[in-house]
Design a protein around this ligand. Structure first.
Ligand SMILES: Cc1cc2nc3c(=O)[nH]c(=O)nc-3n(C[C@H](O)[C@H](O)[C@H](O)COP(=O)(O)OP(=O)(O)OC[C@H]3O[C@@H](n4cnc5c(N)ncnc54)[C@H](O)[C@@H]3O)c2cc1C
Length: 411
């Protein structure tokens, strides 16, 4: 007889553990299946120098506000492992580690999971297997000369891993900027290919810029109130880095450090990388969006007569002159291409037809309506703008588990 649960949660990152927390509070019997260890992605899938972009005080989990000595600091990956492990312990989550789900299918009103070769049954399933399981690499990666190494942000750990010589970093979100800065510091000539991006200063009017996001309610905007949900779910992460000095990391900082900026990588022809022109427009758009965001914060602060430093405005992003439109990949100038072009989830194990042609799960605020009893957590803008951040899980997990309980007719 297959083992049976009312609910199964797949993944013991903070999202799966938050689901478990609310399932326990409703006395719904369940198990959390984790292919590796608790907080596996923070143990094995991050580069060495990574620090969270979110300040410590913001990294709250259900029933676990930050209570350490450094509320304004930024945790490294090992500290995040400790944070998530502590949450698993205090909420007494029934986690099974080393339990990889290789198949999930629907059978009448039940779900059947294959877990490390064994079958397991459940009335409901919460998929919390992560949004960042694989690197997203554009198709042009296949046309690079063999003399150029390629590494993704998923596999990158530190500069020593790369051959000596120039690096072309592709992507100008938080990951791309941080890796470009680190490689430049290691003494390599670095070129950064920049497309649409989200510029943010680290601090604004004396406070962490994410304090403003939190306090003004920008992050609480619900998925069904967002004008263009597909776009919101695909927005690049903000250009931020967590450092003790609370330094701003933007394109101007990188230019000052010696990084060359080029436009979006459009094609490879005869071993030559071709970049889009129009950097001026790309930069102006990001500067304009930043300006609008800060205007909104100023209005909000004025309405509340908030005691904060004076409004600040930032230098426009400088356009390199002349802008470089191509780069020969065959002459040794570029030794490694670093893809910082985003991540995607992996649903290869999911045998319920609820994944679209882009590899994304079809759901309505975490409820997979096409397959009753199936739920998701931890995806971008799942129920709110903050959904995929650590502090965003509490509201989402509570509401998704509420829905699951109603489905089961549990009071
Ligand atoms: C580079 C990077 C930086 C980030 N920085 C921040 C930040 O500063 N602040 C912030 O709030 N958020 C940040 N995030 C976003 C988010 O907090 C993390 O992605 C976080 O790990 C998501 O938690 P999760 O529980 O949804 O997924 P994960 O932590 O990825 O957990 C999913 C778990 O599911 C397991 N799993 C997957 N497939 C299976 C399977 N088939 N069977 C069993 N188990 C499986 C995995 O092993 C993993 O442990 C960052 C993300 C990335 C990628």
């Amino acid at each position: 007889m297959a083992e049976r649960f009312t609910a199964v949660v797949i993944g013991a990152g903070h999202a799966g553990l938050a689901a478990s927390h609310f399932l326990t509070s409703r006395s719904i019997d369940h198990v959390v299946l984790e292919r590796g260890e608790v907080a596996n992605s923070w143990r094995h899938e991050r580069w060495d120098s990574l620090r969270l972009l979110t300040p410590n005080w913001l990294n709250r989990l259900p029933g676990q506000p930050y209570d350490g000595p450094d509320p304004d600091g930024y945790m490294g990956a090992l500290e995040v492992v400790e944070l998530v492990e502590r949450f698993a312990k205090t909420s007494q989550a029934p986690v099974r580690t080393g339990a990889r789900v290789t198949s999930l299918r629907r059978l009448a009103d039940d779900y059947v999971l294959t877990v490390s070769g064994e079958e397991l049954r459940a009335r409901t399933v919460v998929i919390a297997s992560g949004a960042h399981n694989r690197a997203r690499v554009p198709a042009l990666g296949a046309s690079l000369p063999a003399s150029v190494d390629q590494v993704t942000a998923f596999d990158y750990r530190n500069p020593e891993q790369l051959a000596e010589g120039g690096a072309l970093v592709v992507g100008a979100s938080a990951t791309g900027l941080q890796l470009a800065a680190e490689l430049q510091r290691s003494g390599r000539p670095v070129t950064l290919s920049v497309g649409e991006h989200t510029r943010l200063p680290r601090t604004y009017r004396g406070r962490d810029v994410l304090w403003w996001m939190d306090a003004t309610g920008v992050w609480d905007q619900r998925y069904d109130e967002v004008d263009d949900l597909t776009r919101a779910r695909n927005l690049p992460s903000p250009q931020l880095v967590g450092t003790r000095e609370r330094t701003t990391l933007d394109l101007n900082t990188l230019t000052d450090a010696g990084v060359s900026l080029v436009g979006r990588w459009a094609a490879v022809r005869d071993g030559v990388a071709l970049f889009s022109g129009g950097l001026r427009n790309v930069f102006s758009l990001a500067d304009l969006k930043l300006q609008r965001l800060l205007d909104g914060y100023d209005e909000w602060a004025a309405e509340r007569e908030l005691a904060a430093g004076p409004p600040e405005r930032f230098e426009p992003t400088r356009v390199p002159a002349p802008s470089r439109l191509d780069l020969d990949l065959t002459n040794g100038e570029v030794r490694t291409v670093v893809w910082a072009t985003g991540y995607r989830p992996d649903y290869d194990w999911l045998d319920v037809p609820v994944v679209d042609e882009k590899g994304q799960l079809r759901h309505d605020g975490g409820v997979v309506s096409e397959s009753p009893g199936l739920y998701a957590l931890g995806l971008p803008v799942l129920r709110r703008r903050k959904s995929s951040f650590i502090h965003g899980i509490e509201d989402d997990a509570r509401e998704v588990v509420d829905h699951l309980a109603t489905y089961l007719d549990v009071p």
